[in-house]
Design a protein around this ligand. Structure first.
Ligand SMILES: N[C@@H](CCC(=O)N[C@@H](CS)C(=O)NCC(=O)O)C(=O)O
Length: 303
């Protein structure tokens, strides 16, 4: 079955996944979604989750890049995303790259380009984050955030100091994709801000090596066809393990706890320390199972 990535090209979290698809040399199809709400064709699959990226394989819908890369490794273990044998730590490092490192990158980018960002985008992102989008406040934070960004990038440079090609050694992995997408975001959308890190030893050559990995073999599929693929497929079997057994088969609500908190409601059919899975029926997509990460998401009974 085809790997479908619901994404848009300017999305940094999608770039993380695209590089992982490249490391694994996989074939996949991009399903381009709007950059702002409404996203009716995405929500038909997810049941409410609006963030990008989302991966779809048949009637299985994987929300959040953290879970997407984990599922890619499970289904396609060849060309491991954990070449150093440190999979737990490499995934834990997403708490660094996707939060403080990313926040520094976002502030530095939007402080530079904020005035040219359209009104519709600003309103959408204010709703997403629950915070005012304030380029002047971002500009005031730049000296601090540029120093933060440089400090994060300096850790990458330090890791490369013994001359290794990639962060875990001679082969690329998730940790490279995670550090890379932040620098890619800055370089792509506010090139002058790359001055905060471009002089760090080894960084530019490593960046070029990661970029050269590419994105695997990419084709594209329309949003309508993606929904038709879900409707024609059966979700994979799942099971509920551990302390959530009492919620198994019950109507539950799962929501992100940071931003983009639109809930997903369905029958709990899967639970592990890493992921939660709910089955739902959609008028267009049919029976689907939506998978969400455990870390950073809340689970509660619907009634
Ligand atoms: N923790 C999420 C974060 C995803 C995220 O913030 N994505 C951004 C785009 S890169 C987003 O969804 N922005 C709002 C939107 O596209 O509607 C992940 O790793 O996938």
């Amino acid at each position: 079955m085809t790997i479908l990535l619901h994404q848009y090209d300017t999305s940094p979290f999608s770039e993380k996944v695209r590089i992982c698809l490249g490391i694994k040399r996989l074939e996949w199809a991009a399903v381009d979604q709007p950059v702002v709400m409404p996203k009716p064709d995405l929500l038909a699959l997810t049941g409410g989750y609006r963030r990008i990226p989302v991966m779809q394989i048949g009637a299985d819908i994987y929300c959040d890049s953290v879970l997407i890369v984990r599922e890619l490794e499970r289904r396609f273990p060849e060309h491991s995303l954990f070449p150093g044998g440190t999979g737990g730590l490499d995934q834990a490092a997403a708490q660094w790259t996707d939060r403080s490192f990313f926040q520094a990158a976002v502030t530095v980018i939007f402080a530079g380009i904020g005035d040219s960002v359209g009104e519709e985008f600003i309103r959408d992102r204010e709703k997403l984050s629950g915070q005012p989008f304030d380029p002047a406040a971002m500009r005031a934070a730049v000296p601090h955030m540029a120093a933060q960004l440089r400090a994060h990038a300096a850790l990458v440079s330090e890791q490369l100091a013994d001359g290794r090609a990639f962060l875990s050694g001679e082969r690329p992995g998730l940790i490279d994709a995670n550090a890379y997408y932040n620098l890619w975001f800055v370089r792509s959308f506010n090139p002058p801000a790359a001055a905060a890190f471009d002089d760090l030893p080894g960084l530019a050559a490593w960046y070029d090596r990661v970029r050269a990995i590419g994105h695997g073999t990419r084709t594209s599929v329309s949003r309508e066809d993606a929904i038709a693929q879900a409707a024609a497929a059966e979700p994979e079997p799942t099971h509920v393990e551990g302390p959530d057994a009492e919620l198994s088969g019950r109507d539950v609500i799962i929501a992100a706890t940071d931003y983009g908190r639109e809930p997903v409601r369905g029958t709990l059919v899967g639970a592990s320390p890493h992921q939660l899975s709910v089955r739902r029926d959609d008028p267009r997509a049919g029976a689907v199972v939506v998978h969400l990460p455990r870390i950073g998401f809340s689970l509660s009974p619907a009634t």
